[in-house]
Design a protein around this ligand. Structure first.
Ligand code: AMP
Ligand code: MG
Length: 497
């Protein structure tokens, strides 16, 4: 009974027509246990942390004990997977437990991933395993700490089940939150069925929930499409500026709230490579680092197609409007990208010609196979200490000498001096815009192997604490900044389904 007063669920998505979802209860699991919980996030969500970590709270978080207002549902959606359209995907191993109002008054979905089969499971088992659940927890929380819009991780729960994959693995549930779980694929689900009325209902729902600024526009749906284009251009430019590769940018994994979603085979690059691909199933490099902006535009074009009936009564006019709005993506993306990358080079007031400076730096990294994050981070060290020791054999310190001996370095120093900033201010800008650490694949793998084997969570919570301080000044002697040695390098990542 106590549970009833602890969480106040809203069920706004539930009020949509029944075609939008299937009602389904999370499966009973043999022995649920709290593996990790995010206290700071629970506070933001107005959840009682001390209750959450006790038996009743864990039963709630794992979907084992439904509170009074809970009306769990699996959401319907379709999607283009690697370019091929699948008319029905849906939450095959996830459930929307309910929505809570956060401290700012915004609705957040409480969503369970790995909570059992649903009517959308197809041949899947509805399960998730502990390794990928923890990996998503680590990377999504890091993304949040560097201000990249993302779904968030509230808890990782073990289920007590053994899940069959290539090996037998411990089962787990990720409790994640999002500003909404509506995807490009949700719109495609209805468009593929010519359900125009539902497209309007869905648009009105998400506009009210996530894009209220569009409500005052003359053409609400045009403005809505524009807002979506803006937020995705912003998101991808942020990914590109930290070397993040999503890995599976299918339209069902493009969340219209503008949040990074569905952390599967994603990874942060170590050595810079425009063509970098991690995902074991991305044979053609469709979702390589450099393709991400183009793929997002492709996904947004699929989205705009679903909105055509709402843009104008006349289809030719609708297409023209959609094309005009989609045409803005490239410009928006490029201007976000240039300003993000310029800030990473210590330049706040960027000029048009700075694009060349950025590209030349990236070419230097590509040609010299230099680490992406550490190269940017090294720039503050280089100006801080003009005659720094560069004789050491460590890979990190080699970056300093390689950059310093390049032609690019002198161009950059000249450009910085034209900003009229003193050394201290330039360093401040560089440190503000370049994280000292990223969650590197080899380190995540090492930590997760240890944690899952020994059940000792300390090493993981320590790592999460460090990742939560991306702006902490670190020396290149700090092991958290180390790049993988050749035998540690993780060259492939997996969906983990
Ligand atoms: P993803 O590749 O994780 O974005 O998932 C693509 C689709 O496959 C979604 O409809 C998922 O719900 C579904 N799916 C992934 N893994 C499983 C699983 N183990 N059981 C059932 N459905 C799954
Ligand atoms: Mg997905």
């Amino acid at each position: 009974m106590e549970n009833h007063s602890k969480v106040r669920f809203e069920n706004s998505y539930n009020s949509l027509p029944e075609t939008f979802f299937k009602r389904v209860k999370p499966e009973k699991m043999p022995d649920v246990g709290l593996f990790l919980v995010n206290q700071k996030l629970s506070e933001k969500l107005n959840l009682d942390y001390s209750w959450l970590i006790k038996r009743d709270g864990i039963q709630f978080l794992s979907g084992q004990n439904l509170i009074k207002d809970s009306k769990p549902i699996a959401l319907a959606y379709a999607g283009h997977q690697f370019g091929s359209f699948v008319p029905q995907l849906g939450d095959g191993r996830a459930i929307l437990l309910g929505e809570v109002k956060d401290k700012k008054g915004n609705l957040k979905d409480i969503h369970l991933k790995g909570s059992g089969k649903t009517p959308f499971s197809r041949s899947g088992d509805g399960r998730a395993t502990l390794g990928p659940v923890l990996r998503e927890y680590i990377i999504s929380e890091y993304m949040n700490s560097i201000n990249i819009p993302t779904t968030r991780s509230l808890a990782a729960i073990t289920t007590g089940e053994k899940v069959i994959r290539e090996r037998i693995l411990p089962g787990a549930i990720l409790v994640r939150t999002a500003s909404s779980h509506i995807r490009v694929g949700t719109f495609q689900y209805f468009a593929a069925r010519q359900m125009t009325k539902e497209i309007k209902i869905l648009s009105d729902y998400i506009i009210k929930r996530n894009f209220q600024s569009s409500l005052s526009s003359k053409n609400i749906y045009e403005s809505f499409l524009m807002e979506i284009i803006k937020s995705q251009a912003d998101l991808i430019s942020k990914w590109m500026s930290v070397g993040f590769i999503h890995g599976v940018m299918n339209t069902d994994n493009t969340c219209l709230s503008g949040e990074t979603i569905d952390y599967g085979p994603c990874a942060f690059m170590d050595a810079f490579d425009y063509n970098k691909v991690f995902s074991s199933i991305d044979y053609q490099g469709r979702y390589s680092y450099k393709n991400q902006p183009n793929i997002m535009l492709w996904n947004l074009t699929r989205f705009a197609e679903t909105l055509l009936p709402l843009l104008d009564k006349n289809i030719d006019k609708s297409i023209k409007k959609a094309e005009e709005i989609l045409g803005e993506f490239a410009t928006l993306y490029e201007s976000n990208w240039i300003s993000n990358m310029c800030r990473k080079l210590g330049i706040e007031n960027h000029k048009k010609t700075d694009k060349i400076l950025i590209e030349e730096f990236l070419n230097l990294l590509q040609n010299q196979k230099l680490d992406f994050n550490n190269s940017f981070y090294s720039l503050s060290i280089l100006i801080e200490n003009d005659d720094n020791k560069t004789e050491t054999s460590s890979k990190n310190f080699q970056i300093l000498s390689k950059i310093k001996s390049s032609d690019w370095y002198h161009k950059w120093i000249d450009r910085l001096s034209s900003e009229n900033k003193n050394k201290k201010d330039s360093i401040k800008i560089l440190l503000k815009n370049n994280p000292s650490i990223i969650p590197r694949n080899h380190l995540i793998e090492k930590i997760l192997n240890k944690v899952i084997k020994t059940n000792d969570r300390k090493v993981l919570t320590n790592y999460l604490n460090e990742l939560n301080k991306p702006k902490k000044i670190r020396s290149f002697d700090d092991p958290l900044t180390f790049v993988p040695s050749p035998n540690e390098e993780v060259t492939q990542t997996f969906c983990g389904t």
